[in-house]
Design a protein around this ligand. Structure first.
Ligand SMILES: [Zn+2]
Length: 169
């Protein structure tokens, strides 16, 4: 008999994935470790590891997390085929966003949002940030999943600057 997760169990796992992503901000590791972290987060009521594993591999699960839970989950194209669980949530404070936008990861082979290093795979998994004219912005490379919160932070800062200017007039 195949283990089917109930709607409640799925909901519970999605929430715990979001919680785990928030805790680690950016997790990178093997699949077993990831499943273990989620099981640990859920606690005694956790479904068995195989059922969780099947659920995490579903494209549908990964899409739901990204669209409704501010969480990115994917299997990378690197040598180890490592899994990533990235918190996409940003603080609504423009000052915090400004600081975060200004910080650069130690290597240009890292994503500017989650700081995960992608040495050797940058051209496959990272894309340069583009300005409104579609030109690449030097020094900023992002995962597809990380480009949305990055843009939200840009918009947040831009809006705050506009508001400040209006107040000064
Ligand atoms: Zn990233």
């Amino acid at each position: 008999m195949k283990d089917e997760l109930s709607a409640e169990q799925q909901q519970c796992l999605l929430s715990h994935l979001q919680f785990t992503a928030k805790h680690f901000q950016a997790f990178r590791g093997n699949f077993e470790k990831l499943v273990e972290l989620v099981r640990y987060s859920v606690g005694e009521a956790a479904p068995d590891a195989n059922a969780i594993g099947d659920f995490l591999r579903l494209e549908e699960t990964q899409k739901t997390l990204e669209l409704s839970y501010e969480t990115a989950l994917w299997r990378s194209a690197d040598h180890n085929k490592s899994w990533r669980l990235i918190c996409l949530a940003i603080k609504a404070d423009p000052e915090v966003a400004k600081r975060r936008l200004a910080r650069r990861p130690p290597s240009t082979e890292s994503c500017s949002f989650c700081w995960q290093n992608e040495t050797g795979f940058t051209e496959f998994v990272l894309q340069p940030e583009k300005d409104i004219y579609g030109n690449a912005i030097p020094g900023v490379y992002l995962h597809r999943q990380c480009s949305r919160p990055w843009k939200l932070m840009r918009d947040l800062v831009a809006r705050a600057q506009t508001t400040t200017k209006e107040n000064l007039l």
